[in-house]
Design a protein around this ligand. Structure first.
Ligand code: ADP
Length: 472
């Protein structure tokens, strides 16, 4: 599916845009929150903080009332917290005020406020009272706090705390200024970083998509580059693997076509030339004609074997072949298969020996297993050399049925041993053009054994012979 030029330029649904947009949005939300809290809530926050702080200080003072250096502590607290603290007895006698020997504002500074506060406190009948007072002539408020120290006894006293709330306006202005710069810089950063990130993430995906397009056009073997992110790299690796597999499959298909056409052409040419020979030369000579007809028939047989082998192999490989499983006696199968080679043994002097010490029952597709043994025997007959002795052994091996077919032929060269199970593989040294050789026999053996979940193999020494085996 080709994209239109417009879509390529800008796509609001693209990962690239979305990533960038989310990043920018995130920055904007954080900034907005910062602005909102600083500008609108600073007042309240400051006030609440002061009230909280004053309450805590009052608690500390209450607890240490009566202690030895109580008045030193009061001085310290008032100096370090910028508070005006006064303590007087319940009858109004002044016990402590900052005016006594410090540079704090004199007592009369809060004189009037103190009187009103006292009246309100007495009227309220509560343990403690805090009130917000506006200081006339100034633009700031004062938090006033009063409580009783030492219960109701004779040493009970009253504690007054005045905490000036300085105007936050000037602080706010500074903050606003700073926030403007912070906002601009962080937005810029967010935008740039968002762009960078989205390009980094979407870049490899775009490259993968381009490569996938190539793959779709039939360029198998295309490699995919996933960049540096693990997930995207994994995707790219998987796609590269798929692409390689497709290339292999496509090459195999080409090979198969070449092999099939080659294998079919040879017998067809023979049939054609012998038929022509009969028409032009030997038609009237019965002996010659029969000889030529024999060749035609055997080539037709060869074609028949080839085509049916090809069919069963392709069915096995595409999974179209379903195993018809049953439990059968392997001894019986081996005996019958060996028996079918009797004519050969009689006519051409082959010596086929079967050793089956015990009867072993096998669960599998009987006719397929028969075909496996028959293919191995056919090969042994073809490649057993002058010795003409073939030994078939059926035995139990590690809980499995093991069947082996040995011959004393010329064996298989070590460098060929891995290839003999491939389709259409025919050894360069061993190959004798027999009417039965298709190069498919061992591939069929392999597929059937694998389909049964079994194992197979060959032990071979060049010049001494080979033992082909399978276990189920
Ligand atoms: P073919 O129709 O050529 O026999 P196979 O797939 O059955 O095809 O065998 C593949 C190749 O394996 C043969 O061409 C031959 O070179 C080798 N081979 C198979 N069986 C034997 C054996 N018993 N001894 C030596 N070589 C063998």
């Amino acid at each position: 599916m080709k994209k239109t030029a417009k879509e390529k330029r800008f796509d609001a649904k693209s990962l690239r845009f979305k990533l960038w947009a989310y990043f920018a949005l995130f920055a904007i939300i954080i900034l907005a929150l910062l602005w909102f809290l600083q500008v609108f809530f600073l007042h309240h926050y400051y006030e609440a903080m002061k009230i909280n702080e004053t309450n805590k200080i009052a608690q500390t003072i209450s607890m240490s009332y009566g202690s030895e250096n109580f008045y030193d502590m009061l001085s310290n607290i008032s100096a370090s917290n910028d508070l005006y603290i006064q303590v007087e007895m319940l009858d109004g006698a002044l016990v402590y005020s900052p005016s006594s020997g410090s540079d704090r504002p004199p007592t009369y500074m809060y004189f009037r406020e103190l009187q009103t506060l006292k009246e309100e406190y007495l009227k309220s009948g509560r343990d403690s009272l805090s009130v917000m007072l506006s200081t006339p002539g100034t633009d700031y408020n004062t938090l006033a706090y009063v409580t009783t120290l030492g219960g109701q006894g004779t040493d009970a006293a009253r504690l007054y705390i005045f905490s000036p709330l300085y105007p936050v306006e000037s602080t706010l202005n500074i903050l606003r200024h700073q926030l403007i710069y912070v906002s601009i810089i962080s937005l810029l950063f967010a935008l740039l970083f968002g762009i960078y990130l989205s390009v980094r993430v979407s870049g490899p995906l775009r490259r993968i998509s381009k490569s996938a397009m190539k793959l779709a056009e039939g360029k198998f073997g295309t490699t995919f580059d996933g960049g540096s992110y693990t997930e995207i790299r994994d995707l790219a690796d998987t796609l590269t693997y798929t692409s390689m597999e497709l290339e292999k499959a496509s090459n195999q298909q080409k090979d198969l076509m070449a092999n099939v056409s080659h294998d079919l052409r040879t017998p067809l040419t023979m049939v054609k030339s012998y038929a022509e020979m009969i028409r032009d030369i030997s038609g009237d000579n019965p002996a010659k004609r029969n000889e030529h007809l024999e060749v035609i028939i055997s080539e037709a047989d060869r074609l028949n074997v080839l085509v049916s082998d090809m069919l069963s192999l392709s069915r096995l490989q595409t999974g179209a072949m379903i195993l018809e499983k049953s439990t059968f006696s392997m001894k019986k199968v081996a005996e019958e298969t060996v028996k079918s080679f009797d004519i050969l043994a009689e006519q051409e002097g082959y010596n086929i020996l079967l050793s089956c010490p015990e009867d072993i029952s096998v669960n599998g597709d009987e006719s397929k297993i028969r075909q496996v043994l028959s293919n191995l025997l056919t090969n042994a007959v073809k490649y057993c050399g002058t010795d003409k002795t073939i030994i078939v052994v059926v035995e139990k091996h590690q809980g499995k049925m093991r069947c082996s077919v040995s011959d004393h032929g010329m064996g298989i060269a070590p460098d060929e041993i891995d290839h003999i199970w491939d389709r259409y593989y025919k050894s360069s040294t061993n190959h004798v053009r027999s009417t039965k050789g298709t190069g498919l026999g061992l591939s069929i053996v392999k597929e059937i054994v694998v389909l049964h979940g079994g194992t197979y193999g060959v032990d071979s020494t060049p010049g001494e012979g080979s033992t082909f085996w399978f276990e189920i």
